[in-house]
Ligand binder design. Structure first.
Ligand code: ATP
Length: 236
């Protein structure tokens, strides 16, 4: 059984039919990526999983429970955490306070402290800047903070929305290597990216979205080699 099974969901923004029967499967331990152009529906898919949008029809099975339409904070409690597009850290709070916010649904302070140490171990730059206001961090550091904050809820699956957006190539490499590490220590990853090249290089499986529909899916390495993907998403 897949850990997360999105089954034929339809999602609307008012009259706009944003997702037209999307189905996606994520198995425990995998990195799965959704790629596609601007406006294809990638963020909408993540927002629907995390409970910010409710599908008009279809199911989202997280293990044996249909989570479609469940309130966002309950979805976080179940072990699904999203890192939103554009980071959205709390600019006027310190790094430490931002991380504490990520644990706001938890109460075991010993465990929270242990996870804080884990995050600082994974992101040494955040440890150095723990007292600094988040708004004064660089783009790459803010991305790390947003990821660290999501990890503070101890997710079983992490939803990442365009972590490479606006970052210099070296930082993109660093962020992707961190994503790989997070996965290697047991967290399942669903990654939305416009940078198809990087996304396909770390993913097990990939889905291509075009205007609200999945047009291609399969093994990430195979898709990276396919003529269609190379032409449309990898610059020839
Ligand atoms: P991007 O990389 O730009 O985020 P995306 O693939 O994530 O692209 P979505 O943001 O999911 O695409 O958008 C899918 C469709 O839904 C687009 O046609 C978009 O214009 C529309 N849309 C997204 N958000 C809203 C909203 N809040 N209200 C109305 N329409 C929206």
């Amino acid at each position: 059984m897949a850990m997360l099974n999105i089954d034929n969901i339809n999602v609307y923004y008012g009259a706009i039919h944003a997702l037209k029967g999307i189905s996606v499967e994520v198995n425990q331990g995998e990195i799965v990526t959704l790629i596609g152009a601007n406006g294809a529906g990638k963020s909408t898919t993540l927002r629907t999983i995390s409970g910010l949008l409710k599908p008009k029809s279809g199911k989202i099975m997280f293990e044996d429970q249909n989570i479609a339409g469940i309130a966002a904070q309950n979805i976080v409690k179940m072990g699904i955490s999203q890192v939103p597009e554009g980071r959205r850290v709390f600019a006027h709070m310190t790094v430490l306070e931002n991380l504490e916010m990520g644990a706001y649904l938890r109460s075991n302070s010993k465990e929270i402290k242990a996870d804080m140490d884990m995050v600082f171990g994974r992101f040494p730059r955040l440890a150095e800047r723990r007292g600094q206001l988040a708004g004064t961090l660089s783009g790459g550091e803010q991305q790390m903070l947003a990821m660290g904050r999501a990890l503070m809820s101890r997710p079983r699956i992490l939803l990442l929305d365009e972590p490479s957006m606006g970052l210099a190539p070296l930082l993109v490499k660093e962020i992707f290597s961190i994503i790989r590490d997070i996965n290697a220590t047991g967290t399942t990853i669903l990654l939305v990216e416009q940078n198809a090249h990087m996304a396909l290089s770390i993913a097990n499986k990939a889905y291509v979205l075009e205007t609200g529909r999945i047009t291609l899916s399969g093994d990430a390495k195979q898709l990276a080699e396919s003529e269609e993907i190379r032409k449309a998403y990898l610059g020839g």
